[in-house]
Write a protein of this length. Sequence first.
Lengths: 357, 565
Amino acid sequence: MGVILRDLRKEFDSPDDRQKKVVAVDNINLDIKEGEMVTLLGPSGCGKTTTLRMIAGFEVPTAGRIFLGGKDITNLTPDQRDTAMVFQNYAIFPHMTVADNVGFGLSLRKIPKAETAQRVDAILELVGLAGMGKRMPDQLSGGQQQRVALARAIITEPKVLLFDEPLSNLDAKLREQMRLEIRRIQQHLGITAVYVTHDQSEAMAISDRIVVMNQGRIEQMGTPWEIYNRPRTSFVADFIGQVNFVEAEVVGSAHQKLDVKVWGQVIAIKHAEPLPVGTLVKLVLRPEAVHLDEQQAFATGVVNRAVYLGSVVEYDLIVEETNLHAVVSSPIEKGIHTVGDQVSVYFSPEVVHVIPA
Amino acid sequence: MLSTPAAGRRLRPVLHDLGRLLREPWLLISILLIFAMLGIFIALPLVKVVQMSISTDGTPLQIYTELFKSWYMRRAFTNSLLLGALSALTSVVVGFVLAYTVTRVNIPFKRLIDMIAIIPIISPPFVSSLSILLLFGNNGLITYNLFGIRNFPIYGIRGLLLAQTVTFFPVAYLSLKGVLEAINPALEDAAFDLGASRWAVFRRVTLPLAVPGIASAMLVVFIESLADFGNPLVLAGSQFPTLAVQAYLQITGMYDLPGGAALAVTLLIPSITAFVLQKYWVSRKSYVTVSGKPTRSTVKAVGPVMRWVLFGFAMLVCLVVLGFYAVIVVGAFSRAWGFDYTFTWRNFSYVLDVGFETILDTLTVAVTSTPISGLIGMFIAFLVVRKRFLGRSVMEFTSMLSFALPGTVIGIGYILAFNQRPLLLTGTLTILVANFVFRYVPVGIQNGIAALHQIDPSIEEAATNLGANSQTVFRRVTLPLISPAFFSGLVFAFVRAMTAISAAIFLVSADWNLMTVQILNQVGSGRLGAAAAFSLLLVGIIVVAIILIRLIVDRLFGVRFETRF
């Protein structure tokens, strides 16, 4: 079932002054379709976790409504909602075995013991913990605890699965493995899911749609492709991956294209709305889109710093007295520049994207 | 010989430890010194009591068989156990409900509840008995003044259970509050989220997670109730003998030292059993989970009706405690309790007249013993947590043991151990100070150990790395970091030194007397007004002293600390 957030707002008492309020979530509207995996992405304190906890029912919204499958659930307590959450620290009951943890939700629903045992086994199999039902939580590794938390959440077949930074306590390798696993299971079950994280690569890897949040507001929502390649604000561009903001001036505007002057050159760039001539804009240029030593060139730069990372080389270039970050792949083919080298700089007009200055 | 290499392997780390100790002579000397003191002031008295109770011409256990031929003594044994078990139950129930209400329910006056819970802890343990006498005794406010009943049956288990519950529920409350606060709120949220009702969350998650803490609190109250001397002496009457009181009467009334010692040893057995259970079994089972992000749900843990019920209960408890103490205040300023409630200073002038010397004595003993106890406690904690040496666990156990030893046992042990040269201490200031130092050192040790475990060893390693030796690390890094624990331990030791009675009653003399002993004497001779005035004075001194200690510590050391009991 889909989830709809309408004008959702949450204020907390300020810790410094009880008279004042802190707005954690500022009038959010969001439609999540059935079976969709949506990630709330943003820096800490942006309101993403508060939004998630309101969907779960742990926080009561100051204003606004929450709908699940068309039904208003704003005033229901967490136990009355068909949502299940995977917590950041897993929140596995330390006094119960793995099987008792996973079967907890079923026992509350008065499911017969035999059936519970069967379903627990099946779910443990699904999350890759077959045969570990009798263990106590403290006998599990971090990754296994994570799987128990996931199994416990999905066994009751909730309508929405909620994830609160579930991978933040795992090491990098396990994190990458688990996020694929979570995605696989979510798609296998066809369940609607909301995922909270501050890790942009995790969000890119796992989501159908990403909602970038900042200071309690939605900054932009869209597919991972849109968020990365067509960021609407400098905040989004900056938060998702590395980025160069190149200053430019509009010199002409026609047929959904803008002529902009950058580094003394005029370049035609796709842009839906026309802008008046003379407007200052920023070009969003990803470091990996910067090409060095091509046939064509927009400018000449000087290498200020070069870091060899094996698969890529990272350069800081000085172009027209400003810094430009470039990432060049396959150095074995293209060679490595050293500090002080002069290089020609080019990018395809197709890949850059215009945002307001 | 197959066992030689194995023995060698076992011996090698020991030799290694020894080698390291020899390189730090000051450390070795202080370890030996502490062992000597623990031996003399904790182990020796204990050995003397046991020795006294079995060394006769006949069979080894003759004294016990003689003693427990009497149904009265057998009754004392069962009474003590019964009272201990019941007190543990009622105190923990009251303490748990209160702790749950304060930690999980949104109610006003939480700070008031905390303050109310502190009052019984900083007063002499028998004050609630005094209140009960003033309320329900022969001239009681409720029984006589309200209902005209002269001999309401308040003596015996009814009154005692009430008195001990009021005295000991704060102990359970404070420790269970800590237990409930330490439960990761996400666990309750998770259960709630999975569809558990509020009641199911409580029954299947909160309560099971708190069970080790509940068991531990029960055992602690059980130990305290067994050791309680003041309340039974005032309220037990002749129909309800208890071990602690009978041991005292056997010695002071019948001059039967072996008999008293045997009763004390009988008292010792359940106490030590409970202590060992608490320390080595229950505490191992705790599920304390520390969460990185303490986001307590704003969704309430209880429904509106339950909220009112719990709030009502909390207020009732506060009212009872306040009532008990209000009675003491009124009693202290009344002409003749039960007959003439007109205001008077007479009780106070009488108390200052007969007791001024005693007040000075009490302060001298408390002020001397408190810092010594605190320092030794911190030092033992440091040794136990940070150093490796032979007998480390023996040191920890012996120093913690005195918490489990009922004061009666220690008191008798001290008069037996220190009544001849070269350790002729009976009747002196030293014996009282030594008693308090070693009785309350476990609290300092516990605070110190907890504080040290909070400090990452790498902080101390950093200092060593920069060139500081062991002494400098302790003085410049460790000590400042654990000083809040040190000072809160000081306050506790001071309060206990001011209010203790069960061991001290054996050790006071004409030269060195204590306020608690004198208050009990006043109660014994029926001067309840004077006893009330004296108690009030004692509590007043303690409150002023706590405020002073905090001010001085804050001003001199810049350390703000929490007073924990």
